[in-house]
Design a protein around this ligand. Structure first.
Ligand code: DQA
Length: 150
């Protein structure tokens, strides 16, 4: 069974409490359940990890190497400046999909830049929790496609 990991960066443990007008009312646990249910339908296994610590996230990304088939990540604010997260994603050579609950492109200028986007297959932003489900569908397609090409 193909394995996909869903990673969430800083402050995303506060979903449901944090700026609900921007990020919605759902908790991260509720979003993870949504993804888990869709994963069961798609026949893939999913694991989840959230951290507010950059080094812990880098270690988790490294751990995906050889253990998982794809990464879905909402890097939170790291999106906009963390070359270390970007390099970690690039180092493990797995398909990556970047997710944002909000549409980062219509918010403050500093959110318009993603240093992670160049190492991702694609970015999904602005669809709230649905974005994680869309990302799962996209990464499963991507993983199966790269297997056929191999
Ligand atoms: C976010 C957008 C980022 O700019 C912000 O720092 C977050 C959440 C989103 O999901 O919309 O923490 O990644």
């Amino acid at each position: 069974m193909r394995k996909i990991t869903i990673l969430n960066g800083p402050n995303l443990n506060m979903l449901g409490i944090r700026e609900p007008g921007v990020y919605g009312n759902e908790s991260l646990a509720a979003i993870e359940l949504l993804v888990k249910n869709r994963a069961e339908e798609l026949g893939v296994s999913v694991s989840f990890f959230q951290s507010n610590h950059e080094g812990a996230m880098i270690d988790r990304i490294h751990n995906a190497y050889g253990n998982e088939d794809g990464i879905i990540i909402n890097p939170g604010a790291w999106t906009h400046y963390s070359y270390a997260i970007r390099d970690a994603l690039s180092a493990v050579s797995l398909p990556v999909i970047e997710v944002h609950l909000s549409n980062i492109h219509k918010r403050e200028a500093f959110r318009h830049v993603s240093v992670v986007a160049p190492v991702a297959v694609g970015q999904i932003a602005g669809f709230g929790s649905l974005g994680y489900v869309l990302a799962l569908e996209a990464i499963v397609k991507q993983v199966l496609q790269s297997e056929n090409e191999a």
